[in-house]
Design a protein around this ligand. Structure first.
Ligand code: PMP
Length: 420
């Protein structure tokens, strides 16, 4: 096998292959191997789709058993036992213990499909067209999801976006210290309550509680609570996009739990299918205003993803898993802080929560160099942010202590090499 085949026959749009230019053939928990037998510690984690690791033994067993008993793999949105068990597990293990009353809608296979669905639903329920999203947001690649995405790189060549969207400043936009100034929620509230604005209310506001692609920007609990309260007071639907930071990434199953808020709509994908295609929308039952068949899609039910996802949710039956995530996260934070201390001239910030962390550099291309040095040494670490100004940690939550230590050592070496 030769990597040149991709250059020759695969579209130029291919992306991650450029950060990690090799052919991967095997993977186990947080380690991947390429066709030449070289091992890589995976701090990229399938951009958040591998929270439960590669080829987790229980998940793998469940998939093999399902195939061996000739379970129904393709069902569109017919009822199957696999879907039944997934819904039951989601309700009983995740939603009900958290006091969350949501119905689930299965949408197309990828996160973007969940975002599109949420935007359509908000417009239908509120009978308004406008959506508000935030600077540096990432919500997906199709035209509607793109319209609420705040990185112009994805927009520039596509001649305008088809939605009525206003992008507002994310938390700490005006004042990174967070001290004393009016923030974007105060600003929105004042504007929308002012008759001279024409009461131009949005149907919904879509937000990531931590912006992953945007550069690991962590919204404060206070800001999220203010946003939630404004939405309630002004009759706007709050949509939390938990596609990247849900599924336990922050230590809680949902990222918004730390703010004690209950969004009207939640989009979930990536690790909900443990890396197999699944995207869902959770909605308050009273806003489930869909008519049968009104929003369709052939791949709304991948049974292998249901089986794998239901098995993964078993980890949430006790609070051991979230404790494990918190412990590992502390270790990552400490090592990231140590790197920043050592390279004060190059690293300007360390940000994150739970098992999502970022190291920021203002020096152009520094993070891309770190990523390239890491790859050479056997570590997969991607950049994030509009200018690739952040090195991102998104390893499987199940990463072993040995893999984590090794990966962090390799990251240390890679930062030192890029700094040299
Ligand atoms: N929302 C967020 C917060 C994401 O991080 C992503 C993917 N990076 C998406 C939506 C889109 O998901 P997908 O790439 O599966 O369409």
């Amino acid at each position: 096998m030769n990597i040149d085949l991709f250059e020759k026959y695969e579209s130029n749009v291919r992306g991650y292959i450029r950060s990690f230019p090799t052919i991967f053939v095997k993977s186990k928990n947080a380690t991947m191997w390429d066709h030449q037998g070289k091992a890589y510690i995976d701090f990229f984690g399938g951009a958040g789709s591998l929270n439960y690791g590669h080829n987790d033994p229980a998940i793998k067993r469940a998939i093999i058993d399902f195939i061996e008993r000739d379970g129904v793999t393709n069902a569109l949105d017919k009822a199957t036992d696999a879907k039944y068990l997934f819904i039951k597990k989601l309700q009983e293990t995740i939603l009900q213990p958290r006091g969350l009353d949501y119905k689930v809608q299965f949408v197309g296979p990828t996160g973007t499909n969940a975002v599109e669905t949420a935007l359509k639903l908000a417009r239908k329920v509120k009978e308004r067209s406008k959506i508000v999203s935030f600077t540096n947001a990432y919500h997906g690649h199709t035209l509607g999801a793109l319209a609420v995405t705040g990185n112009e790189f994805y927009h520039d060549d596509f001649y305008g976006v088809p939605l009525n969207v206003t992008k507002m400043p994310y938390d700490n936009y005006f004042d990174p210290t967070g001290e004393g100034q009016m923030d974007s929620i105060d600003m929105m509230r004042q504007y929308y309550e002012d008759a001279s604005s024409g009461y131009d209310l949005p149907a919904g506001i879509i937000v990531e509680t931590i912006q992953g692609e945007g550069g690991i920007n962590v919204a404060s609990v206070e800001w999220l609570q203010k946003l939630d309260k404004m939405c309630k007071d002004l009759d706007i639907l709050l949509i939390v996009d938990d596609i990247q930071v849900g599924n336990g990434r922050t230590g809680n199953f949902f990222s918004f739990e730390r703010a004690g808020i209950k969004p009207d709509i939640v989009t979930i994908s990536k690790s909900i299918g443990t890396g197999l295609p699944m995207a869902i929308v959770l909605m308050r039952p009273d806003i489930d205003e869909w008519s049968p068949g009104e929003h369709t899609g052939t791949f709304r039910g991948n049974s292998l993803a249901f089986v794998a996802g239901a098995t993964a949710l078993e980890r949430w039956e006790t609070d051991e898993f979230s404790k494990e995530v918190a412990e590992k996260g502390k270790k990552v934070e400490a090592r990231f802080q140590a790197i920043a201390e050592r390279h004060k001239d190059l690293i300007s910030d360390v940000r994150g929560l739970g098992m999502i962390w970022g190291l920021q550099s203002e020096v152009e291309d520094f993070c891309n160099e770190v990523s390239a040095e890491a790859f050479k040494r056997g570590l997969l670490a991607e950049t994030a942010g509009a200018d690739d100004q952040v090195i991102k940690f998104l390893a499987p939550l199940t990463i072993s202590e040995e893999e984590l230590n090794k990966g962090l050592d390799l990251l240390d070496e890679s930062v030192d090499a890029a700094a040299a």
